[in-house]
Design a binder for this molecule. Structure first.
Ligand code: PEP
Ligand code: CO
Length: 445
């Protein structure tokens, strides 16, 4: 099976979930144009991330991956990106300080612009339209013209990903993410909540620790305190875009997909003989793979061997997304079998995608208690099986949205309408996210 890999060899395999580009020549033209543009990330950074993920595989670090279900072009604005970063930094500091493990921070950011859909078309007001596949493909507006897949949007996605990446680097390196500023990450609408208050206490402890270091003459003007390491990730769905950003590292000669530090494969596109697996087997980035209730154990094993033939730690993260009601049925056996095979894996829990339901109001939502229940079961099952619960994967936002029900403010079905902003899946708001971070820290301890 292992024929020669190249960044275009995926083209010889069936690729699911690709848009029906009306003008194929124009798509190829855009891929060629992006291939001439600079990469978004550098191979050395990707290798650093892989080392940190290897620590998470053995339980010596914890992975926090989060961001929008689908980033929107219109939300590529400094305040929106800053609020997203704040909530992730805040969760990370809670998990590391209260949970006692270093946290690997991964944004679903700077390229999460393409979505798999259950059908190619949908009915809107009696009219059949192409499904919305993310801003890098078409627009959400329900008109035939705006829903037409337009490859020029990939180019725009590239530039917006660059702009996002740039401000993320500035925030994380330029002092915004310094540990002596932890208070400033508390979101205004969260600050007075019980979780916001708990966070203030924790932040005060960190302040005191840093002040004490200064007092006894330890230099605190160091990168460990003044900067945060932060990595980007998205679903590697549009293979033309990923191919265009796949580059040979000049220092090692190896191939990396430089559209993001980590790429993941969705639950719908991980066929053993499909184009996505073919593409990702050849790049050296850390790879995530979603695994849902419909998986076939034997196929999962074969995919793992194909993606990580050398069993390199940090290369592969299995992101399980069974749902609170199904995790007990599936995860124990999966964990046991993977352990028996001796696979080096990071185990991460996506408690979002298996817990989606449509509320009576018609809104697609997820309930806070079910999300928490899946996370608890995830930890418990891995402890029982002697495998390592290594991370979590969330859809969240720093905005004060009402998209998921429950949590400290007891968002009810009838409240969803108040501030339901997502174009895609419902996200945790900053308060619900912080709440989960405290609960996870508790579990880790
Ligand atoms: C997602 O992460 O947004 C997603 C589509 O997940 P999955 O592939 O697990 O359904
Ligand atoms: Co989603």
């Amino acid at each position: 099976m292992s024929t020669e890999w190249s960044k275009t060899s995926w083209r010889n395999f069936p690729a699911l979930q690709q848009p029906n580009w009306p003008d194929k020549a124009e798509h190829e033209q855009v891929v060629a144009e992006i291939a001439e543009l600079p990469p978004l990330v550098f191979a050395g950074e990707i290798r650093d991330l892989k080392k940190q993920l290897a620590l998470a595989a053995e339980g010596n670090a914890f992975v926090l991956q989060g961001g929008d279900c689908a980033e929107e072009f219109a939300m590529c604005k400094a305040p929106v990106i800053r609020e997203m970063l704040k909530v992730i930094l805040q969760m990370a500091v809670v998990i590391s300080y209260a949970g006692g493990k270093p946290v690997v921070k991964l944004g679903r950011m700077a390229g999460q612009y393409a979505k798999p859909r259950s059908a190619d078309t949908e009915m809107v007001g009696g009219v059949e339209l192409p499904s919305y596949r993310g801003d890098m493909v078409n627009a959400i507006d329900p008109t035939p013209e705006r829903r037409r897949p337009d490859p020029r949007r990939m180019l725009e996605g590239y530039f917006r990903a660059c702009a996002t990446m740039n401000i993320v680097r500035a925030f994380t390196r330029g002092g915004f993410a310094a540990l002596d500023r932890v208070h400033a990450w508390n979101n205004a609408f969260v600050a007075n909540s019980p979780q916001g208050q708990n966070y203030e206490k924790l932040a005060k402890n960190i302040d005191q620790a840093i002040n004490f270091m200064k007092l006894i003459g330890i230099d605190t003007e160091i990168p460990q305190i003044k900067q945060a390491s932060f990595y980007t990730s998205h679903e590697a769905l549009l293979l033309g875009y990923e191919e265009a950003l796949t580059r040979r590292d000049s220092t090692t000669g190896d191939w990396y997909d430089c559209s993001a530090h980590m790429l993941w494969i969705g639950d719908r596109t991980r066929q053993l003989d499909g184009a996505h697996i073919e593409f990702l087997r050849g790049v050296l980035n850390p790879i995530g793979m979603k695994v849902g209730p419909k998986h076939d154990l034997d196929e999962v094993k074969r995919i793992i061997r194909r993606l990580n033939p050398d069993n390199e730690p940090g290369r592969l993260t299995l992101i399980t997304r069974f749902g609170a009601k199904k995790i007990e049925e599936h995860l124990p056996q999966l964990a046991r079998e993977m352990k028996r095979e001796g696979f080096n894996l990071v185990w991460s829990c996506d408690p979002m995608h298996g817990n989606t339901y449509t509320a009576a109001s018609g809104y697609k939502t997820r309930n806070f208690d079910e999300i928490l229940q899946e996370i608890r079961a995830f930890f418990q099952i891995h402890w029982n099986e002697g495998t390592v619960p290594g991370g979590v994967h969330f859809e969240l936002t720093g905005e004060n949205v009402t998209e998921c029900t429950g949590g400290g403010r007891e968002i009810l079905d009838e409240h969803l309408i108040n501030n339901y902003m997502t174009n895609c899946d419902p996200r945790l708001n900053a308060e619900q996210s912080l709440d989960l971070a405290f609960q996870i820290a508790e579990m880790l301890r």
